[in-house]
Design a protein around this ligand. Sequence first.
Ligand SMILES: *Cc1c(COP(=O)(O)O)cnc(C)c1O
Length: 578
Amino acid sequence: MTNTASRQTGNTQSPNNNATRDARTSIIARARQEIVAMKAYSSARSLYKSNPDTIFLDANEAPFSPFVGAQSLNRYPDQQPEKPIKALCRYYDVSSRNLITARGADEVIDILMRSFCRPAIDNIIICPPTFAMYEQAALMQGAEVKSVPLTSDDFILDISGITNAADENTKLVFICSPNNPTGNSADKEDIITLCRAFDGKAVIVLDETYNEYSKQPSLIPLTEEFENLIVLRTLSKSHACAGLRCGVGIAQAEIIALLRKVLAPYPLPQPVMAAVLNTMNDTALERLAKKRDELIQLRDECAAKLQAHGAIGKVFPSDANYILVKVKDSEDFKNRFTEAQIIVRNQSHQEGLQDCFRISIGTAAEMELFFRVLDGEKRTLGVNDRIASVNRTTKETAISVSVNLDQTSPVAIDTGVGFYDHMLDQIAKHGGIALQVECHGDLHIDPHHTIEDCAIALGQALKQALGDKSGIGRYGFTLPMDETQAGVSLDLGGRFYLQFDVNDGKGFPENHVGDLPTDMIEHIFLSIAENMNANIHIKVNGENTHHMVEACFKAFARALRQAVKREGEELPSTKGIL
Ligand SMILES: *Cc1c(COP(=O)(O)O)cnc(C)c1O
């Protein structure tokens, strides 16, 4: 082979790497040479850059759209679409020459296997217990799998074991950090040692799927130094996007160029790429980072609780969004959770993980239920909580509302309007319901859209959660608060109607309470009434605007509490647990 392969793909990413490295010693020389020699499939879309004037008559696409509002669905997408790639590169802080995106990290594993391993000749090294797809992908490619187990008590890489196991046909070494299912991270020095030991021989595949949940910084920067290192990342776990199927490989340009040849011409569906862009915008990233912080805190709390629990023999330290535990009575543990329909992952089939279970961290409410079942309580099934989620996006606001009429937690309100949060909190607390409201609105313009749209979504969620069980009875509540008196009556079966009377038509004394404009109060109840098909009558009299507004929300919540209460309930508890 001549030097051309490495010249064509080039590599000037960092001053450290050797741009003129001889193709015979480059890691590309270790790839399947038929793939190195193969010309990339030139799909219609890869041949020409388009501009708004371009007319496409080249790919036998239909010139019309499949339904009103479809966005470019009649056209083939790019193999590596520019905007999502740019967003991913910004997030991982790499250049586009160094990143490939595919249908999940799983597909990157698969194309690595197909690019490097000759069937029935080559082999890979894995370090079990670890992620099962490495072995699966190797078997499908006909590559042999050499196992070099992690140390038995603390799951540390056996570096000399790995180098000893390698032979001249070893092409890929898979390291998972944080490791699935053990949860611990590999040592940076060990990764560097492996990159050096396998320089020009094999690719070190560092799977950092769970990096965002870990205290360890990513080792992506090491790819600048080592041409035989590829780091895998994915939006599946860290960005709550397992359903999207978007993962990436990050490496020097030669490997990336090789992998792009093996990747299908149109692997990434257009709607998926649109969702990737939404996920990678600053607001979403900020929110996800906050959510992960909360989950990490919950993980640590759960780990401490598990540690102290009599049924648990050992809790392994976790850098990820799951915890591996060794239980004392595996049968009992299994049966208890199966019966409660709480699914945890049994790991006993893996060498060294006898009686071990991997528990993904769910919501706070789910984990609470998990611990109650662990404590021996029976979970009542078949009486489902009345829950609903509404997601509503307009030009002005993006809102997510979840309600559970049969739980009192979690309650988490974040609309960006402080006093409104406080009022919605009253609805949850005094209504005795779980309520989560999250809104990103155009507050820089004014709070109007946020306030109204949240009320609309709340009304819709309440209606959905009630389902066809909404009562036709009338409920009412009168609430005094110092000088103020508020009376609310509510009929859920009736048609939508709002009667709103403040100080006998004179209105609120002040035009704001905190950051909430009081002329919005009527709008809020109007939107709730309209969207939950309720008839709401509110009458409030008083002198202090704060008291008056708060009393309206509290009295409404109290009336709602009566209205949503399950009648003729056999359950002594509404928690889904007896
Ligand atoms: C879940 C998981 C993957 C798969 O990621 P996708 O991007 O969803 O394909 C890869 N590696 C590890 C270690 C995982 O746990």
